[in-house]
Design a protein around this ligand. Structure first.
Ligand SMILES: Nc1ncnc2c1ncn2[C@@H]1O[C@H](COP(=O)(O)OP(=O)(O)OP(=O)(O)O)[C@@H](O)[C@H]1O
Ligand SMILES: [Mg+2]
Length: 351
């Protein structure tokens, strides 16, 4: 396999009586080895359910209705969606690790950090008995990993309980746990949204360093195009359960094609002014410019373009036909080309 991960025709549904509501609609994505792939889009677009289904962690009653996800695992190629439970358990944490916005979703308040880090190591070790020597080596591995994510006093931190650490420290501990088994793919689902800007920048730097050092690929999910610009080499923009634009990161920012992506970019560039205003009034940390209107939820998608209702470049055709995700520039040498799901960019592409 050339790529690390190849998602094809992925569809996720919410069963409702005899019918089903589609939540993710025929998504295709490739993640290359050593790549940092960004996924961006407003709340409810299907970003989390897509990555959750890769590890068979889809919340009940959602189900993967169609599609495959081929993964180049250490022991050979696997199809993740149909993998038996005992096999997917060996993939989780060892070959594919996930970190979340809220560290406490994966840390247990009643155990020390050391206990939880060891547990992560031991789950994927075949030996069941450990000598004193093994234990010493494990502790060293934990200390080393905490040092790598810039935890100032690693030994002290190992002996701490989660409530004794700050949000930024917990986030680092979670990254350390995620990376301790050297996964081939790290999925970060909004890992920095809950943190202040300085800590956020530090965490992103740590992730970038680790990627370079260990050749880990990263899928970075975020609302924030600034985070994408800093960490990713390719980006997929999600809207209403589908990919509306996919491009190398430079092309996404400099040759933005989809009106929705333009709206997201406008939100970033306008942020400074709004932030000051909101800080002054309500003490709210961030208020983004938002594109007027709301993302339609599953079951409320129009037959035409799903963004048409909010689009200032809408044409009559947009209400009637569903645009395809079409190439608007050829594959670059580094991999992916530039794809866009909009009639306007499709007509421009014909050379
Ligand atoms: N357990 C569930 N039951 C029913 N619907 C669900 C469930 N989990 C998610 N959904 C729906 O699936 C859709 C996609 O949700 P998802 O969590 O993937 O969005 P997201 O893009 O990650 O949003 P956010 O940026 O807020 O995290 C939403 O419409 C959501 O309401
Ligand atoms: Mg989410």
């Amino acid at each position: 396999m050339d790529n690390l991960l190849e998602i094809r025709g992925l569809q996720i549904e919410l069963p409702r009586g005899k019918n089903a509501v589609k939540l993710l609609d025929t998504v295709d994505l490739d993640v290359r080895k050593k790549q940092s792939f960004g996924i961006v889009g407003e709340s409810g677009c299907g970003k989390s359910i897509m990555v959750n289904t890769l590890l068979q962690l889809l919340p009940y009653p959602l189900r993967t209705q169609a599609g495959t996800a081929r993964f180049d695992a250490q022991g050979g190629e696997l199809e993740l969606i149909s993998l038996p439970p005992e096999k997917i358990r060996r993939i989780r944490g060892r070959e594919i690790a996930m970190i979340f916005q809220e560290p406490m979703t994966c840390l247990d308040p009643i155990f020390t950090i050391e206990f939880q880090m060891r547990e992560a190591i031991e789950f994927h070790t075949t030996q069941s008995h450990h000598s004193t020597q093994d234990k010493k080596e494990q502790t060293e591995r934990c200390v080393e990993m905490l040092r790598r994510v810039n935890i100032p006093r690693p030994k002290q931190t190992l002996a701490s309980y989660p409530h004794e650490l700050s949000g930024g420290q917990l986030q680092r501990v979670m990254i350390a746990i995620a990376l301790i088994n050297n996964p081939r793919l790290l999925i970060a689902d909004e890992p920095t949204t809950a943190l202040d800007v300085t800590i956020q920048a530090q965490i992103l730097e740590v992730m970038n360093e680790l990627k370079e050092e260990r050749d880990t690929s990263i899928i970075m999910i975020t609302h924030d195009l600034g985070v994408i610009a800093e960490t990713c080499d390719e980006v997929a923009v999600f809207y209403a359960g589908e990919v509306v634009e996919r491009a190398p990161v430079v092309a996404l920012f400099h040759e933005t094609a989809h009106p929705y992506t333009l709206g997201l970019l406008h939100a970033v560039t306008s942020m400074g002014a709004v932030e000051v205003e909101s800080d002054r009034t309500a003490g709210v940390s961030r208020q983004l410019y938002t594109i007027p209107g709301m993302v339609p939820s599953g079951g409320e998608w129009s037959k035409g373009c799903r963004f048409a209702g909010r689009c200032d470049k809408r044409m009559p055709r947009c209400d009637e036909e569903h645009p395809a995700l079409a190439a608007i520039s050829p594959q670059s040498q580094s991999g992916g080309g530039h794809l866009c799901r909009c009639f306007r960019s499709a007509s421009k592409a014909t050379v």
